[in-house]
Structures are given as C-alpha cells and as structure tokens.
Design a protein around this ligand. Sequence first.
Ligand SMILES: Cc1cc2nc3c(=O)[nH]c(=O)nc-3n(C[C@H](O)[C@H](O)[C@H](O)COP(=O)(O)OP(=O)(O)OC[C@H]3O[C@@H](n4cnc5c(N)ncnc54)[C@H](O)[C@@H]3O)c2cc1C
Length: 580
Amino acid sequence: MEAAPVIHEFEAVIVGAGGAGLYAALELARDGVQTAVLTKLYPTRSHTGAAQGGICAALGNQEEDHWEWHMFDTVKGGDYLVDQDAAEILAREAIETVIELEHLGLPFNRTADGRIDQRRFGGHTRNFGEAPVRRACYAADRTGHMILQTLYQQCIKHDVRFFDEYHVVDLLVEDGVSRGVVAYRLADSSLHVFRSKAVLLATGGFGRMFRITSNAHTLTGDGVALAYRRGIPLQDMEFYQFHPTGLAGLGVLLSEAARGEGGILLNGKGERFMERYAPTLMDLAPRDVVSRAIYQEIRAGRGVDGKDYVYLDVHHLGRAVIDEKLPDITDFARIYQGVEPYTQPVGIQPTAHYAMGGIPTDVHSRVVVDERNTVLPGLYAAGECACVSVHGANRLGTNSLLDILVFGRRAGLDMARFAREADIPDLPSDPVGPVATELEALRSRREGESPAKIRRELADVMMDDVSVFRTADTLRHAQGVVDGLRERYRWVRVRDGGAHFNQDLLEAREVGYQLDVAQVTVAAALARQESRGAHYREDFPERDDASWLKHSLACRVDGAPELRYKPVTITRFTPKPRTY
Ligand SMILES: Cc1cc2nc3c(=O)[nH]c(=O)nc-3n(C[C@H](O)[C@H](O)[C@H](O)COP(=O)(O)OP(=O)(O)OC[C@H]3O[C@@H](n4cnc5c(N)ncnc54)[C@H](O)[C@@H]3O)c2cc1C
C-alpha cells in the first residue's frame, strides 16, 4: 500500500457487474464510450444470477394486460410512497426492455405458439386490482442467471473492459463533482485510481445485515455506505423487505413463482390462512402483507408444531409442472431440508430480501443530494443500491429485475451524453491518502477483536429488533447495540497481514459498511411513526398520509444520521387505503 497508486483514465466507470451495471456498460459500449466495469466478484457471480422467478412486463401474451395496470400495481404495492413519474417509466419501458432481452438472446420459456410465456406473481393484477394477472416473463426458476449470462456475453462482444476482483473502497467527490473511484486489487493489494467523467454505482443490496436472509454473502452495502460517507443522503432506508418464503432456519429463497404457479401456504393446523388476511389475492398478496400474516400465525401458536415456521405446499401441481417450472427451488428443499416437494410441504419463514431504500436518483439515474433533487454532476446509481423510487415502501416480485435493467440502461444512456459534454475532471491532490490510511490501520493492528463477531451480533439484533414488526422499544434497543458495535469496530483486527488475496481485510471493511447501513436503517425506522408497506410499527399501526406521505433522507452529520424529508411525486393515482 506504500507504493504509488496506479492511475487509469476512462470516460465512464461502472462499479458492479450485476444486471444494472452490465446493462449500463452495454449501452455505453454500443455508443463507443470508453468504459471500465469494476467488480469485487467475477461478473457472473453477481447476485442478479441468483434471481429466480421472473421479470414483469405487460406484454399481454397470456391474457389482456396494460402498462397502466402494471403502474397502478407498483404504486399500490409500494403503499403510495412510489414516485409515480418513475413508476410510469418502469411500466412503459418494461415492454421494450423484455423484447430487447429476447433479441439479445435470452432463452425465455415459451407459450405453445412460440411467444414469451408469462406467469402470476404477488400483487400483479388486472384492471386495477380485480384478480391476479399473468405478467412475469421467466426462464424456469433461473431468470436472473439467464439475464446475467446474456448481458455478460453482450458486453464481451462489445469490448467492455472488465476489472474483476477490484474492490472499490472510496469515491472521489470534491467540490460537488464526481471525479472517479479508488479500488483495491484483491490479487496483490495494490490501490488503483480510476479517473473518470461519469461513475455509476451498481453495487446491489445489503441483506447480510440480517441473520436470516436470501442475499449472497457479498451483499454488504458497499456503494451505499461509501456514498453516505461522501455526504450523499440515503433515501427511505427504513423500508426493508422480508420475503415470505425462505427455507425455515436458513433463509435460502423459494421464489414467489411457487405460489404464482399455484402453490399455497398452510399453517400448523393445515389451514390456508391467507384467506383471512387477503381474501381477493390470497397467497399472491404483496410480500409485506404475506410476511406479516405468517408472523401473526406463528405468534398465535399456529406455526408448524408451534414452532416459528409454516408450510409452502406445491405437491398438487404435479411432477411435470414442478420439473419444468420450479426445478431449482424444489431441489433446494431436497438438498437443505431433506423434504420431497412432489409429496411433502416445505417449511418456510420470512427472510430478509430486498432494500427498497438506497442512494437517491432522478429518472436518468443521476444521484441527487438534497430535498430539491439537486444533481451531483457525474455520479449515477442504479439497481438495488439506488432509490429512484419505483418500489416505495414495498417492492412487488419481478419488479427488481425490471428496475435494474430499465434504470441501468437509462444510466448508460445519460452517462454517454454526459461523457460527450464534460471534460475529464481533475483528481483531488491525494486521491488514495484517506483510504490507504484506513486500510493500513486495519491490516497492521496487532491486538483487537474479530470483525466476524461484530458482524454476527449485528445480524442478530437487526433480525430480532428491526424486522417485520417494530416498536420504539425494539428500535431503541437496536440503536444502542449498533452504536456499541460501531465503537468496538474501531478497534478490530484482521488475522491476515499479507498482501495477496487478503479476503480477511476486505471482509473486515465490509463489516464497516454494514454498520453504517444498519445505523441509518434503525434511525429512519425509529423516526417514522406510522406503518406503511414493509415498515410496520406496532406502536403506530396505521398509515398516516397527513404526516408521513414523504420520503426520508438520512444525511451524515458529525458521524451520525440526521433525517430530512422530501415530497412523493404523485401523478395518476391518489393514495387510497390498501386492501387485497
Ligand atoms: C435469491 C434471490 C432471488 C431473487 N429473485 C428475483 C426475481 O425473480 N425477480 C426480481 O425482479 N428480483 C429478484 N431478486 C432481486 C434482484 O435479483 C436484485 O435486486 C438484483 O438482481 C440486484 O441487481 P444489481 O445489478 O443491483 O446488483 P447485483 O446483481 O447484486 O450486483 C452487485 C455487483 O456489485 C459489485 N460490487 C459490490 N460492492 C462492490 C465494491 N465495493 N467494489 C466493486 N464491486 C462491488 C459486485 O461484484 C456485483 O457485481 C432476487 C434476489 C435474490 C437475493
């Protein structure tokens, strides 16, 4: 780390090689913009590849459908915290995006007459809420895998430069202008400065701050925390989605596609309990509604054998449907639980799944830094790390793969425009100094606690106190614990002092990102005294539009989050009580 940093220059730099980053890279490369993609994983290991169930678009291949219905479902599903200008773009551009994916080579499942097949998913309805509609396009239960492979192949074809296993450890923002990033190369611990006109953050989510989660180990909120440390506020962080059907005890996801194909939820008494909670949509109600219902059944002693899980049953679908449409997730049940879904129900419980909040952007994926939506020139964010906001207080299934592609693409297009107009920015005088000091302190400390212990304690308190149900008491408790962990984190030690493939060092750094993201989540959740979407306060059980129909913005002031608010954009649909 003492050696001088390596300096690179590109017109555009993309941090992250999931669906959002790759689609942006493809647009830039097609436009002839010199582009680098930096990724801490090999691109095809990005979490997009784990996405199972589908990507939605109102193609109407199976039954009548319209983008207005899709937009309405998105806004209602998000409990009206959605910015409706963004939701309109999402629903309209869904159609061309999916067709473009098909043209790029994605092998979707087909209807008998050769069109893209579509299936049901939670919260997607016909005619403004009447009944479920078939809107999710899919490739068996490995849709994300196919998207990632397709986009990666296209990027290779268009000569995008990849820097694999380069961890971005700092953003260069000076005088309100983005100037590039600093990356740490895993192979030899060298530091690299990427000077660039435009930077896109596409670093994905941060579910690993919870104990039971569907998220990959690498989803630690790096881009979100780095932006926050550089003075960018974080939006709507109190809204974190728990997916109803994770494998009991493990959190490994069983896609909503299982219910979309006709699977049902049963409590310990064998009752189809969703009939009581959502009479119209039942098992296909949005995720926040279903996760709360499961917890309520468990609390009432109606879990399986009185325990903390219920059943997902698909056996009545028959082997042919299971094998053709749900092959991977039924294998998960066999492998991890020793259960045979052809004949037996599978034990499930809610699992921490998706961040609705993140780095605030406008509809061109440009990062905005205040209540007035002032753009930070040259900095972009897209995908799960961003908040545009199309998901509001709760995301509908299959809307995330769509979001990453629609807004990843929009980022690429606007970055190309910006790269043509802007000059390459000057670098700060000592671009690597601050982060080099932090990394060296971590690596050279001889005494101290293990970061793994802090990470475990964080995941426990977030799971117990900041989950599907919250109160001021649980949140204050979590706040105290997180503050204590942050203090202890200042003195952690990594075991590996070496310069080659020092994963230990990077994992320790990731714990720091998780602590930042958790601190903001708890502060925003404590401040919001209402229940909306995935944020359910038992001490304030009603939605309160008069006081709380607004986005939160958490700004870092003297090292702690300070909350501000900005209005929600409402165009077509005025907020109504949400029933399903
Ligand atoms: C199990 C599972 C199933 C899902 N199923 C569906 C589904 O069926 N439909 C749907 O719509 N959504 C689904 N989702 C959600 C959706 O898959 C994700 O929200 C989406 O794929 C995120 O894409 P992304 O491009 O934002 O980030 P990711 O695909 O997570 O990629 C993040 C990228 O950032 C890079 N990165 C991170 N930090 C750094 C750093 N410090 N330096 C350099 N690089 C970095 C990583 O290397 C990676 O390339 C699912 C999610 C999970 C976990």
